[in-house]
Design a protein around this ligand. Structure first.
Ligand SMILES: *Cc1c(COP(=O)(O)O)cnc(C)c1O
Length: 356
């Protein structure tokens, strides 16, 4: 399928502050990619056009029954001046898995990648240059058939929008305080926890707000059945460095299979560390923090890459991890991943994809 390009006549008119004031996801670029799907014709009408509001019928099914899936990845200026993506094939694969779970159409992966590349190349002037900044990419698919019955939509749109984002750690790589939710849960076995679908996020806001009010940065989610095992932290996966072993909960349907999570596992294996994917109880976490066996705890995700955890709040008790300092492994993983992403370090895994 060919991608038709309609260029904006207003280039240079949208606000774009200096890199240090970009924040996360506050600004969008001049253009977007769009295409339409119908059950009779499949995907069609692929185009890049000026960024604009969508027109949706008030009965559009996404607004009522949440048939939506999305992805999040980044483009960077590489050390050699080119543009790079980080393992984009993984995001494409995951978006298609999420789509299958939500009874939505899949997108041919080569074409998906082509759409990403063409849009990013057209918007290359929007990619910020300073250290730690990037162009955040948000592919999204929604059900736009106007119909009020509860059934899969016969019509979808897929779009890609871009947002220049500032450095995630403008004040340095500081540990966060996280709040363990032992009441509210994020995802239950058999549900859609492993899909990146909007319905998983709205319900977390209430708990996130409560945690923020108490001075915590993020919520740590426990399993839905027993509130016993650790699952994720906010919209990131979680890792524990217990003695000399790296532990992360296994992917059994309730946890989002993070690409950063997978990269950390591969890197640690490459460094000959012992890595174990196993259920880890919150009691074990707390006990090992108290005994000092817990050397480090950190969260992983595209936005922050590695986010060290300095303190955890559980049942009216606050427990520090490794004196609340950023651990050595957290820093090493962060430096390595960032180095690979920005083309400053060798990439033994072939994760970096230069796109021109
Ligand atoms: C996106 C996401 C992650 C992190 O995935 P990455 O591919 O590493 O960005 C983890 N948990 C949740 C709930 C997410 O939505």
């Amino acid at each position: 399928m060919e991608i038709k390009v309609i260029k904006s006549t207003k280039i240079g008119e949208k606000p774009c502050p200096p890199d240090s004031e970009l924040g996360f996801g506050m600004y969008t670029t001049d253009h977007m990619f769009l295409m339409d799907w119908t059950h009779t014709d499949g995907w069609q009408n692929a185009r890049i056009e000026p960024y604009r509001s969508l027109q949706l019928d008030p009965a559009a099914m996404v607004l009522h029954y949440n048939q939506e899936v999305f992805e999040g990845l980044k483009a960077y200026y590489l050390a050699d001046g080119g543009i790079g993506l980080f393992r984009p094939g993984k995001n494409i694969e995951r978006m298609n898995r999420s789509a299958r779970r939500m009874v939505m159409p899949e997108i041919e992966s080569e074409f998906f990648l082509q759409a990403l590349k063409e849009l990013i190349q057209l918007e290359r002037n929007w990619i910020p240059h300073s250290e730690g900044t990037s162009l955040y990419i948000r592919p999204t698919m929604i059900a736009n058939e106007p119909a009020l019955g509860v059934r899969p939509s016969n019509q979808y749109i897929f779009y890609i929008i871009l947002s220049p984002v500032g450095p995630y750690y403008p004040e340095g790589f500081n540990p966060t305080r996280i709040f363990v939710s032992d009441g509210y849960i994020r995802a239950a076995s058999g549900g859609v926890g492993e899909a990146k679908t909007s319905g998983n996020y709205g319900p977390t806001l209430y708990v996130q707000k409560e945690a923020s009010a108490k001075g915590y940065t993020q919520v740590l989610w426990l399993d839905a059945r027993e509130r016993k095992f650790v699952e994720e932290v906010g919209t990131s996966n979680i890792f524990f460095c217990l003695n000399d072993e790296l532990i992360t909960p296994p992917l059994e349907g309730t946890i989002l299979p993070g690409i950063t999570r997978d990269s950390v596992i591969q890197l640690a294996n490459h460094w000959a560390m012992k890595v174990t994917e196993r259920p880890i109880a919150i009691d074990e976490v707390i006990d090992s923090c108290k005994s000092g066996a817990m050397k480090e705890m950190f969260a992983t995700g595209t936005a922050a890459v590695i986010s060290p955890v300095g303190e955890i709040g559980y049942k009216d008790e606050n427990i520090q991890i490794a004196g609340g300092q950023t651990g050595e492994l957290s820093r090493k993983l962060y430096d390595e991943l960032i180095g690979i992403q920005y083309g400053r370090l060798e990439d033994p895994f072939g994760w970096r994809m230069p796109i021109g």
